[in-house]
Design a protein around this ligand. Structure first.
Ligand code: ADP
Ligand code: MG
Length: 589
């Protein structure tokens, strides 16, 4: 409830504004425009700020929303309340079609792609006969409830702002959920997210559709506000402006969209009204001043005005700590026929001319800690990537519990009970330790986006967070549970990755250099934990350079050199092996 209080106050203030006696109607129009822009920008917060998919083309989706209701209400006399779902649906379907081809693009090609269809759709809107070409469609009926017709800016105001508040609430709910964590991992942690079962292409398409539907809603409202629709507001320039709004407000923050819309819409209005006086009627100057002011604003608050404002607040919103007594069911997995947990049979990986893994074979049995050692570049991490499906083997066979995992993607391998950490830590730095670790439990939940938005996921969510909190306690990081992952030391981040991997409830844990960056005491604690896990029935395959740590801990050691297995045996035998001493251990051993 405490978290809802600011929202309730904001809603009350917004509800009272039109009732203030003597308030200039022009202010209300401005607020209407702010609300309309905020809806589009909110979609961009999810798509671009959170999901990392930059789109310059959102205005086109407003166009789909606006033209759908324009055509249906004027040509067919359909009620606007019936065209609302139609407008959202058309925007959504357009997003699916454009999204399927666009979200595959990577790097700079994605924003370029959105510019391309932004421009293309603008011309489509302005050329189609039944959309009224450049003149557009006029005579769109107002929204009405019974005999109450929302003809004036201060009546449709309520429709617009109820939509804004509702969408803000739904978006925040979505972000604070299982699906939300998957979305938040898209930008800076998609490889790790995939390793825990997140279907990243699906998550990308989801935010793409979500953003388009919000834009479609804005377009639908716009059409009934203006009572007309023409192509101009749905072109590429508007698309760029929406992105501006999201960035200025704070692209990662739902309320940043509302704030950004306020700043940009008001700034533009003020400049357009007053600059001509100052510069004696010179046109177009406001665009230049507008641009300069926005750039200055971004200098002041590089990640947007909203987070900057929040950092000035004397109090910080606190989070409820999960109730760790709630239990999560163990995952059900197909039981295999083989006593060998992991079997690697002549696995080979070539990168062009480099043979990173050269016909390597070894097994990991149940309840066993196996260490994979060797000099840098020996192929250890590549072997991990072959096992977990990040890379596909050039040849050879890898089986888990007797089941061959040929070409299985990471999302499938983790379902077999194999989880991992990464040599180069892959956490989402701007998510808390708890949220990062909860990604590990992704497959142990099932709530989807709609359930999350409507808060129907709370019971499951509590179980997932409880499991995450339990694993965090297990690795000894309870004190850091609410800190941002990016604020921890590298050593601690590695431990967070172990907690995340444990959330899978794995049978086999793959750890890539888990002790790197740890202090002596922390290494001892880690070794104790890994022994406990083994004694509890788990198997561990680890890559590690700290020979004291490895020799003490491992039941068996596999040594790689230049991609080839040169030895395998007990720590005692490996220490004495002349080939290993020559290639790796040197005089130190
Ligand atoms: P290790 O983890 O044992 O230090 P790696 O498995 O990371 O070694 O690397 C083994 C070899 O494969 C190195 O020569 C490395 O340069 C090469 N390699 C690893 N990943 C790639 C890649 N994605 N593309 C090309 N070469 C790679
Ligand atoms: Mg490595």
């Amino acid at each position: 409830m405490a978290q809802r209080l600011p929202l309730i106050i904001f809603a009350l203030v917004m509800a009272l504004i039109p009732l203030v006696p003597g308030i200039p109607p022009f202010w209300i129009v401005l607020l209407d425009n702010i609300g309309l822009a905020a809806l589009v920008a909110m979609g961009l917060v999810l798509l671009t700020g959170v999901g990392g998919l930059t789109s310059f083309g959102q205005a086109a989706f407003c166009g789909f929303g606006a033209y759908t209701t324009a055509v249906l209400t004027t040509a067919y006399g359909v009620s606007p309340w019936v065209t609302l779902p139609a407008s959202l649906l058309v925007s959504g379907i357009a997003a699916v079609l454009l999204g399927i081809v666009t979200v595959r693009l990577s790097g700079h090609y994605l924003p370029l792609g959105t510019i391309a269809w932004g421009i293309g759709l603008f011309y489509l809107f302005s050329k189609l006969e039944f959309l009224g070409r450049n003149d557009g469609i006029s005579g769109i009926p107002p929204l009405s409830i019974g005999s109450f017709r929302m003809l004036s800016p201060d009546t449709i105001y309520y429709a617009i702002w109820i939509a804004v508040l509702l969408c803000a609430l739904l978006t925040m709910n979505l972000l604070d959920s299982r699906t939300g964590r998957a979305i938040r991992a898209l930008r800076r942690g998609h490889i790790a997210a995939e390793a825990f079962g997140v279907q990243t292409p699906r998550a990308k398409l989801l935010v793409f559709i979500y953003a388009a539907v919000l834009a479609g809603l804005s377009g639908w409202l716009y059409a009934h506000f203006q009572r007309a629709a023409n192509p101009t507001p749905f072109g590429a320039q508007a698309g760029i402006e929406y992105l501006f709004i999201a960035v200025v407000g704070g692209a990662g923050y739902v309320w940043g969209a509302v704030l950004g819309a306020g700043i940009v819409v008001i700034l533009k209005e003020v400049l357009q009204s007053y600059l001509p006086y100052i510069f004696g009627g010179q046109s177009q100057l406001e665009t230049i001043v507008f641009g300069i002011m926005l750039v200055l604003l971004l200098q002041l608050a590089p990640s947007g005005v909203w987070p900057w404002l929040m950092s000035l607040l004397p109090f910080k919103p606190s989070r409820k700590t999960p109730n760790t007594s709630i239990k999560l069911e163990h995952p059900t997995r197909a039981s295999g026929s083989s006593p060998v947990l992991l079997q690697i049979d002549k696995a080979r990986k070539q990168f062009g001319g480099v043979t990173a893994v050269n016909d390597v074979s070894f097994d990991v049995n149940a309840r066993e800690i196996v260490a994979l050692i060797g000099p840098n570049g020996a192929g250890k991490s590549t072997t991990f990537n072959l096992i977990t499906g990040v890379l596909t083997a050039t040849s050879g066979k890898i089986s888990v519990l007797g089941k061959e995992v040929e070409n299985a993607p990471p999302q499938e391998v983790v379902k077999l009970g194999v989880s991992r950490t990464f040599q180069h830590v892959k956490l989402v730095p701007d998510m808390t330790v708890l949220e990062n670790v909860a990604i590990g439990a992704h497959l142990r939940g099932s709530a989807g986006a709609v359930a999350s938005m409507l808060r129907l996921d709370r019971a499951e969510e509590a179980r997932l967070l409880a499991e995450a909190a339990r694993q965090i306690a297990r690795v000894g990081l309870s004190d850091q549970i609410d800190q941002l992952a990016g604020s921890l030391s590298l050593g601690q981040q590695r431990i967070v990755e172990i907690a995340r991997a444990l959330c899978v409830d794995p049978m086999l844990l793959l750890l890539d250099e888990p002790a790197a960056g740890l202090r002596h005491m922390e290494k001892q604690r880690l070794a104790t934990l890994l022994r406990q896990l083994r004694d509890g029935g788990m198997s561990v395959l680890l890559v590690e350079h700290d020979m004291g740590f490895v020799m003490d801990l491992a039941d068996r050691i596999v040594v790689l050199d230049f991609g080839t297995k040169i030895a395998e045996g007990t720590p005692a035998a490996i220490k004495r092996n002349p080939d290993v001493i020559k290639a790796y251990l040197g005089a130190a051993a």
